[in-house]
Write a protein that binds this ligand. Structure first.
Ligand SMILES: Cc1ncc(COP(=O)(O)O)c(C=O)c1O
Length: 321
């Protein structure tokens, strides 16, 4: 009996995933002795289905160009980027595709935003980070200490690796301008109560920046329900290429002054995407979202009723996750 069928005996509700596995060329590979590879580094990223590989390769074959040109491949590039923003807006249940910023990865996007936010801060303003977070959601904020910003650290309980929520709340004060917290820890798996933290942030007049890199492959994300101001994730963690995505509340993104070259438009999301984007990666990101939506429509019908307020791809994505 193979592992999947023995799992089905133990858990009859686990669907037959053979056809899903078949979509992943990396899972068909064998070593020189014919033994299949097994990939254990889930937190480090996922393998990709053929549809994502095809989207990247089709982009390079049929649409490869720079943006905003008056010729076919450039128009196609603009269209793919627009569609990919909408796909990511659906993935995060964002109100608008104009709130989706693409970047090389979560770390770079977070430095981009932290530097823009730093321009608005005064010495003595405070930012709260947590010791449970990946350094990518600490170092960009800690760098603002060179401007006189005070960075405060929330501890976690070593017994169960949950955040010290009482200590957290005590750290929030009149000078708190931003709270940076992970949705889930890549090290120990703790899922943080980001909705409660969003309420605290709002009550204090501070922004909430959520690192959803580790959470995104494991659960449905709804930025409107969380009530945060920013949320970041990385597509290579959920079956896509190495591309980072930042969602920001439009009016907040609009207020920030980005570091950018002058010809780039001075409005979100463009102003945070200075330089040429990773177009083929963005095409693959859209395919990764569509892959998940397809999983939702095939296997997630039992969950779809939980998301009756959503429609189409948004609902399929939530059902998939
Ligand atoms: C929780 C978490 N946050 C941030 C990052 C950094 O993301 P990126 O590789 O997109 O910069 C990682 C990477 O593993 C992560 O697991």
């Amino acid at each position: 009996m193979d592992t999947l069928s023995s799992k089905r005996v133990l858990f009859p509700s686990v669907p037959d995933l053979t056809s899903v596995r078949a979509q992943f060329p990396a899972l068909q590979r064998t070593d020189s002795r014919g033994r299949p590879y097994v990939f254990f580094d889930g937190p480090g990223g996922t393998q990709v289905p053929q549809s994502v590989i095809d989207a990247v390769s089709d982009y390079l074959k049929r649409s490869n160009a720079n943006t905003h040109g008056l010729y076919e491949t450039s128009r196609r590039t603009d269209h793919i980027i627009e569609e990919a923003r909408q796909a990511m807006a659906d993935f995060l249940n964002a109100p608008s595709a104009d709130e989706i910023v693409f970047g090389p990865n979560m770390t770079t996007l977070t430095f981009t935003i932290s530097r823009a936010i730093g321009r608005m801060l005064r010495p003595g303003d405070e930012i709260i980070v947590t010791r449970l977070d990946h350094d990518a959601n600490i170092a960009p904020w800690a760098a603002l200490q060179e401007l006189g910003v005070v960075v405060r650290y929330v501890d976690f309980n070593p017994e169960d690796c949950t955040l010290d929520m009482m200590g957290f709340q005590r750290l929030i004060g009149k000078r708190t301008r931003l709270i940076a917290v992970g949705y889930a820890s890549n090290a120990v798996g703790t899922i943080n109560d980001v909705r409660t933290i969003a309420e605290w942030a709002r009550a204090a007049g501070a922004w909430l920046y959520v690192d959803a890199v580790h959470y995104a492959p494991h659960g449905p994300i709804d930025v409107q329900a969380i009530g945060c101001d920013f949320l970041v994730c990385s597509v290579y963690k959920f079956f896509g290429p190495h591309v980072g995505v930042l969602w920001g509340r439009y009016e907040v993104l609009e207020r920030l002054q980005a570091y950018k070259v002058r010809p780039v438009e001075d409005r979100p999301p463009d102003k945070f995407e200075t330089g040429t984007k990773n177009h083929e990666g963005i095409a693959g990101a859209m395919a990764a979202v569509d892959y998940l939506a397809e999983i939702g429509s095939r296997y997630g019908t039992g969950f779809a009723s939980q998301y009756s307020q959503l429609e189409g791809r948004r609902r399929n994505l939530k059902a998939a996750l």
